[in-house]
Design a protein around this ligand. Structure first.
Ligand code: NDP
Length: 419
């Protein structure tokens, strides 16, 4: 049980000006594993002012100095990998062995890459008679989600630091415990006060306050389209720069020139690409497009792959491939999408609504495959963020491309060919 009572502002752990706290749940059993302060707009104001005051000094440090801090943070993360992987597996549900590689590994990569970039980046270039000077944008607000929680934080914080920006971070209230580990590491490496600040709390209060704050020059957000629109609207009042990384409904096109072995390999791989991190991945390939003549083969192979290799289990168990979802909210969301798929007439190949057998506690759902899905069905149009694969038949390459592009989302995509 981690009871956090402080937030991090101006180089110190301080209490929030509010009195509320938020519970954090263990995805594997639904028990409370931690609490964090429900921060306030006043906390964001204090953090933004600290970041503003620190900016000129930090922006003026040498690139070697900034690289040194990024490298030290990477080392600090490296020393706590197992702890980070355990925390994120409890928060988000990814199998522990994979969490070690991805959830704990990628943040180290980000800080290492940022260190190298800080030193090698061309801050000044000459174009004709002009000198182009690239300067840090200022104070960056970072609002991050729960699916790859520390990775999403590192992918913003590391590069902002390397560029010479100062930061106000709001981690996801669903998965904030890993962010405390990072803040502790940042404190221990002695980053100058005010360069990195962290205010925990809800999107509605803390996220909104970051998006609106006039002293914050840019907001970088990853999460749902709904919240992304709210961030962009709130940011428009102060005309700050906005970077949004939102959802996906990516297509995986299996072309008709694949031989039988290639087709089988592509279907099995496609299940994995849809199910990684229990489908809680913005780039998940959730629409598999197959030649109509091979629809039955695709169903048979996908069903076998799911039932043989993707049965849900405790993510700490040996050989776990599919853990729980991150929250009860996500369980309800995913089950309601599965029900919609059934109601709208898609063919249920495997899975369905409800709890998998033997996993009544924890945020587990049944890995599900639908076939004969039409692209106008809800399950083909909306991001589900769970282990739910839709298989869609197509008649020609052009039709496949048209189906792939008939989506309000962008982000990712796959093509398999025998050539
Ligand atoms: P959100 O978009 O609500 O959460 C992402 C972050 O935004 C969180 O830190 C959240 O705060 C914050 N936030 C929420 N509302 C606001 C707001 N009005 N202003 C500023 N910040 C805000 O995602 P959900 O948790 O609701 O997930 C819903 C769906 O979003 C998922 O099912 C999935 O489809 C999609 N999603 C996509 C992600 C991606 O990587 N592309 C990542 C996560 C979700 P809080 O801590 O209160 O939640």
């Amino acid at each position: 049980m981690q009871e956090h009572t402080k937030i991090y502002i101006d180089g110190a752990w301080v209490p929030s000006t509010g009195s509320g706290s938020i519970e954090v749940f263990d995805s594997t059993n639904g028990e409370v594993i931690g609490t964090i302060p429900a921060g306030t707009a006043a906390d964001v104001d204090a953090a933004a002012k600290a970041a503003r005051a620190a900016f000129d000094g930090w922006a003026a440090t040498s690139k070697e100095e900034r690289a040194k801090y990024c490298s030290r943070i990477a080392e600090g993360l490296g020393a706590r990998m197992d702890e980070i992987a355990t925390i994120v597996t409890r928060e988000a549900g990814m199998p522990k062995w994979l969490s070690l590689l991805v959830q704990a590994g990628l943040p180290i990569n980000s800080f290492g890459t940022a260190a190298a970039l800080a030193e090698s980046y061309e801050y000044e270039t000459t174009v004709g008679n002009s000198l182009v000077v690239r300067e840090p944008v200022g104070v960056v607000g970072a609002i991050t989600p729960w699916n790859y929680p520390l990775h999403q934080i590192a992918a913003k914080v590391a590069y902002a630091l390397a560029a010479g920006c100062t930061i106000v971070l709001k981690p996801s209230e669903v998965a904030p415990l890993d962010a405390y580990v990072l803040a502790e590491i940042i404190h221990d490496v002695g980053l100058p006060a005010g360069v990195f600040n962290m205010v925990t709390g809800s999107g509605a209060e803390v996220g909104q306050a970051i998006s609106e704050h006039p002293a914050i020059d840019m907001v970088s957000f990853t999460g749902s389209t709904r919240a992304g629109k709210a961030v962009a609207a709130a940011a428009s009042g102060s005309l700050k720069r906005v970077a949004l990384e939102l959802g996906g409904k990516s297509a995986n096109i299996l072309l008709d020139d694949l031989d039988d072995a290639g087709f089988e390999r592509a279907v099995r791989d496609g299940v994995g690409k849809a199910y990684i991190n229990s489908g809680q991945t913005c780039t998940a390939l959730t629409r598999m497009l197959v030649p109509a003549a091979r629809l039955a083969d695709a169903e048979r192979i996908a069903q076998d792959e799911v039932e043989s290799n993707y049965q849900p289990s405790d993510p700490f168990a040996d050989g776990a491939r599919l853990g729980p979802l991150s929250s009860q909210t996500q369980v309800d969301r995913v089950n309601s999408y599965i029900q919609k798929g059934i109601d709208e007439g898609a063919k249920l190949v495997t899975g369905g609504t409800g709890k998998p057998e033997g996993l009544e506690q924890g945020y587990y759902v049944k890995p599900t495959v639908f076939s004969d899905v039409r692209n106008d069905m809800t399950i083909a149009q909306e991001e589900i963020f769970g282990p739910v694969l839709s298989i869609l038949p197509y008649d020609s390459d052009d039709a496949a491309v048209a189906i792939a592009n008939d989506s309000p989302y962008g982000l990712s995509g796959g093509v398999w060919s025998g050539d």
